[in-house]
Every structure is written in C-alpha cells, then in structure tokens.
Design a protein around this ligand. Structure first.
Ligand code: COA
Length: 260
C-alpha cells in the first residue's frame, strides 16, 4: 500500500491511517483525497479479518486543518463544484464503509478536517483538539458535507452559529454538544479508538455492518430508514452469526462469530 500522503499501518487487524503532511497541518490536498479514495475504495477491502480503521493526523498539532488552501487560488465555479462533489463522494465511502471507522482527533480538525472526522462513525478527541468550519473566513463555505453533517451531530442552532462565526469548539464543548464520543488525554486518542474497535470486533460482524447501513439510511434522502431496518433485521436473522450468537447466550458461553 503506497500513498503520497498517508501512512498505513496494520496492527492486529486494525488499520491505522495517518494523514502525513504535518508541515501543512495535514491539510487535505488533491493527492490526499486520492489516497483516501484508494485506501477506502480498494486497499482496505483487501485486508483480511479487518476489525476497523482509525484515522488520525501526523504530529501533535493537527488532525487536519482543512482543505489545502494553496490549491484554492486556481478554482473557478466549475472546478470548485467538481472538487466539492469528489470530496463528498470520498467521504461517503468512509461513512458507508462496512467496518467501523474512528477518527482519533489529535489537534485541529478544521474545515475539511472537521468534515473528515464527521464522516467517520465515531470520534475520539484529544484534550487539545479543536473543531470548526472556518470557511466563511475565506469567503467560501464547507464543501465536503460540513453544512449537513454538523447539523446532524450538534443540531441547527449551534451548527449555524459555528458555520456563520467560524468559531472553534474545544474538546470538552465538542463532547457536551455530541460531536465527539470521548475526550482523552493528548496522545491517547489512538489507544482509546483501538479499545473501542477491539470491543466491536467481539460482536457479530454482519450485524455491525448492518447497523452502519441502517443508521446511514436515516440520513440518506430518499431512503426509508424503518424499511431499511426491516430488511437488515431479516438479513441478520439469516446469518450463521445470529444462530451462533443466540445459541451462545442460551448456553451461557461467549459467541464465536464467523462473519457469515
Ligand atoms: N491549507 C494549507 N496550508 C495550511 C492550512 C490549510 N488549510 N492550514 C495550515 N496550513 C499551513 C500554514 O500555511 C503554515 O505553513 P507555513 O509554515 O509554510 O507558513 C503551516 O501549515 C502551519 O500553520 P500556521 O498557520 O503557521 O499555524 P498556527 O498554529 O499559527 O495556526 C491554524 C493554526 C489551524 C489556526 C491556522 O493554520 C489556520 O487557520 N489554518 C487554516 C484553517 C482553515 O481555514 N481551514 C479551512 C480551509 S477551507
């Protein structure tokens, strides 16, 4: 797995993906988007027995400080729309990834960095993490789903305030508002994310995937979430995992899931 701007390390079935442009606070340039597309769209699917993915940023200062502003100067209406659509599509790959993806937010998660963290299924913030959508400072708006997902997580009232003022949220406020799942001491973000992925890995893998699909359906225009739940429930009931899980409960033993 070779990437321009990502480091990928696999440890005990968990892929740790690090955005590696610390000199630019891990700003998401076109090359980094291509890397994310290659990882989530191709390479991650080939990792045998993958439990999940942790996304983080290199260095101690940033998860990702946004889209790469140096690439903005050449944008026009058509190319900006294309950039936005491509970014949204790549972040959807993450949101729809069959295994849990956790953002380990070790510093600034601004603009595209906040949008990337929000596309992940769960977010762990280090105590020095900062979140925000400061695009209006540049006279532009979020383009990778930020105007939509921020509302999903923290509600319209607070989302509009952050989007309009470009204010940042610290880790504790992000926790209080429901943007992140946990706040941990700086440097312990990946360890906490690993602990959570290890816990999820003890559950039925097909059920885990179906939970992700059913929850995503709630937020997908045109999809009927309750209908999706009915079909996913039926699908889960047809798995060997369900028979094993139910039998293990009745036999008072730990389930041994096969993922089938
Ligand atoms: N795109 C490109 N480069 C970026 C960047 C971005 N989004 N964010 C930071 N960088 C670069 C800086 O230009 C600087 O490069 P240099 O050393 O070559 O001058 C380097 O990363 C360090 O950033 P700096 O601004 O010096 O750090 P700081 O601690 O003073 O400030 C931030 C940190 C995050 C507050 C500040 O970098 C910032 O506001 N970044 C832009 C955030 C943003 O608007 N994101 C949304 C983009 S749509």
């Amino acid at each position: 797995m070779n990437y321009e701007n990502l480091l990928v390390e696999e440890k005990n079935g968990i892929a740790i993906v690090t955005i590696n442009r610390p000199q630019a606070l891990n700003a998401l340039n076109v090359g980094t988007f291509s890397d994310l597309k290659k990882f989530f769209g191709e390479d991650a699917l080939k990792i045998a027995e993958l439990k999940g993915v942790i996304l983080t940023g290199a260095g101690e200062k940033a998860f990702a400080a946004g889209a790469d502003i140096t690439e903005f100067m050449k944008l026009d209406v058509a190319s900006a729309s294309q950039l936005s659509k491509r970014g949204q599509d790549i972040f959807l790959l993450i949101e729809r990834f069959a295994k849990p993806v956790i953002a380990a937010v070790n510093g600034f998660a601004l603009g595209g960095g906040c949008e990337l963290a929000m596309a992940c299924h769960l977010r762990i913030a280090g105590e020095r993490a900062k979140f925000g959508q400061p695009e209006v400072n540049l006279g532009i708006i979020p383009g990778y789903g930020g105007s939509q997902r921020l509302i999903q997580y923290i509600g319209k009232t607070k989302a509009l305030e952050l989007l309009l003022t470009a204010d940042m949220l610290n880790a504790e406020d992000a926790l209080r508002l429901g943007l992140v799942n946990h706040v941990v001491p700086a440097g312990e973000e990946v360890a906490k994310a690993t602990e959570i992925l290890e816990k999820i890995a003890t559950k039925g893998p097909v059920a885990v995937q179906l939970v992700i699909e059913a929850v995503n359906a709630y937020f997908t225009p045109g999809e009927l979430g309750f209908a999706k739940e009915v079909s996913a429930f039926g699908k889960a009931a047809g798995t060997e995992d369900f028979k094993e899980g139910a039998a293990a409960f009745l036999e008072k033993r730990k389930a041994n899931f096969s993922g089938k």
